[in-house]
Ligand binder design. Structure first.
Ligand code: UTP
Length: 469
């Protein structure tokens, strides 16, 4: 068995690893061989040639045009009525148990620099609840409101699966029924050094990384989660990222529009604030929707304006989707799904010649990831729906600055201040407020909650105060 793997590795050009395995202790060899078996060694040389030895360039189609989207707020009374009907449809679908929430939480969160799964990061501005707790409470409130147990699927990676599960267990699933939460694990890809060789992270392990959020689709199939959804009668998957607590785990309007529009996959979109904002651009080419990443968008297209002065390619992606279960089934029917790879240059720690682990100061390796939005061109029908950034998107990518824990907390507080004001409570500009998502899932809830629980003590300037259970 062992010599077979060694010859396969040699044939795939992985001479360094083959040589290492020749003399590695049996236990270490067995572990690494198990990891190697998960790698498609036939495909590997091609990937190295295309993505590691050169930097792949994204082809920009000549017919690239902005993708159409449904505007928000609605621009006509007809549309307003349509959205009302969509919200009612969405509420019915949630009530009927046809909707599941799906959080992708398999990433490594390297930019945040936090030791542990990103979902265990304390995010709320007053009580410092973690991202997972915040979503769990939101899901508990939505479940209560619609009289269902909204199923929650959480994608982990091999690197954070056990700590994630333990976190939920140790916190009694934050009041959810354990059976309501399904964890499933995405695949990995090996890091590849600039010399085209696989990297050892330790004496008994390759350097592996999660294969990107595009890995969600195949992981749903391979883990059996897709079957679990089908058996439970789930038809629509409300997809969001673990680092964006501002998003609703199940938004009736968005879900209802997806259903009425008979879309395979739907996307929220945000109007970009400037041509170079770091959001993928929703585009059309040859009748199909696709996302061109901000880094790949030619400047002349990014900057192009309509006669009214707005950006032509206005629509940016906050990675919030509704996906039809049957679409995922169709895509993954063969047990394989070839989404394009994206190259990321990373600093990958490696086993040095003396057996110690070396942390490089500059990137030394390529990680390959696939992205969920690369499923868009594979869909027959895509629906794109504009959103209000202040209500939808507060990504926690960095510890400070832009898209950071700091900016996320400020946005959570601002959204909750708006809801307090909606309910007639005055909130000084510099107060920090937090409404529990266990009590309030939306504006309607906020009105009802503060009617039943009036705020007796005025909120003082500079005060930090939380509301709800
Ligand atoms: P990001 O691409 O922003 O990456 O993930 P990240 O891993 O959180 O952070 P960095 O880039 O290392 O700093 C966006 C979302 O997709 C999930 C993340 O958990 C996050 O919710 N994701 C990303 C996965 O689930 N799997 C992956 O392989 C990559």
């Amino acid at each position: 068995m062992s010599s077979e793997i060694i010859s396969l590795l040699n044939r795939a050009g992985q001479t360094k690893l083959a040589q290492y395995l020749e003399s590695a202790p049996a236990e270490a060899r067995a572990r690494i061989e198990a990891q190697v078996r998960d790698i498609d060694l036939d495909e590997l040389p091609g990937l190295i040639a295309d993505y590691v030895m050169k930097k792949p360039e994204t082809a920009i189609p000549a017919d690239l045009a902005p993708a159409p989207f449904l505007p928000f707020p609605p621009d006509t009374t007809e549309r307003e009525a349509y959205y009302r009907k969509a919200a009612e449809t969405g509420r019915d679908l949630i009530r009927q148990g046809k909707v599941a929430a799906l959080t992708v939480a398999g990433g490594q969160g390297t930019r945040l620099g936090f030791d542990g799964p990103k979902g265990t990061y304390p995010i709320t501005p007053v009580l410092h609840k973690t991202l997972f707790q915040y979503f769990a409470e939101g899901i508990a409130r939505i479940s209560e409101k619609y009289g269902v147990q909204l199923p929650w699927f959480i994608m982990t990676s091999e690197l954070n699966d056990i700590p994630t599960r333990n976190f939920f267990k140790n916190n009694n699933f934050f009041g959810l029924k354990p059976g309501q939460v399904t964890f499933f694990t995405q695949g990995t890809m090996p890091a590849i050094g600039y010399d085209g060789q696989l990297i050892l992270a330790a004496a008994d392990s390759l350097a592996l990384a999660p294969n990107g959020h595009g890995g969600t689709l195949l992981a749903l199939r391979k883990s059996g989660a897709l079957n679990t959804m089908k058996a439970a009668g789930v038809e629509y998957i409300s997809y969001f990222q673990v680092d964006n607590p501002l998003v609703s785990p199940a938004d009736p309007l968005f879900i209802g529009l997806h259903a009425l529009e008979k879309a395979d996959i739907s996307c929220r979109m945000l109007p970009k604030t400037n041509p170079y904002e770091k959001l993928g651009n929703f585009c059309m080419s040859a009748g199909h929707c696709q996302i061109i990443e901000y880094s790949d968008m030619p400047a002349e297209l990014a900057e192009r304006k309509k006669p009214d002065g707005t950006l032509d390619f206005l629509a940016g992606s906050p990675a919030i989707h509704v996906i039809s279960r049957v679409f995922v089934e169709k895509l993954t029917e063969s047990g394989k799904l070839r989404l394009p790879w994206h190259r990321a240059d990373k600093k990958v720690a490696f086993l040095g010649p003396d057996g110690s682990v070396v942390k490089p100061d500059s990137p030394n390796a390529v990680k390959l990831e696939s992205f969920i939005f690369d499923a868009l061109p594979l869909a027959d029908r895509v629906m794109i729906f504009e959103g209000d950034r202040k209500e939808l998107f507060a990504p926690t990518k960095n510890a400070t600055g832009v898209d950071s824990a700091e900016s996320c907390r400020a946005m959570l507080s601002a959204r909750d201040a708006r809801r307090l004001k909606l309910a007639g409570v005055s909130v000084p500009d510099d107060a920090i407020v937090e409404i529990s998502p266990r009590s309030v899932a939306d504006d309607e809830d906020a009105l009802a909650f503060f009617r039943e629980n009036p705020v007796a003590q005025p909120i003082r300037p500079g005060e930090a105060r939380s509301f709800g259970k």
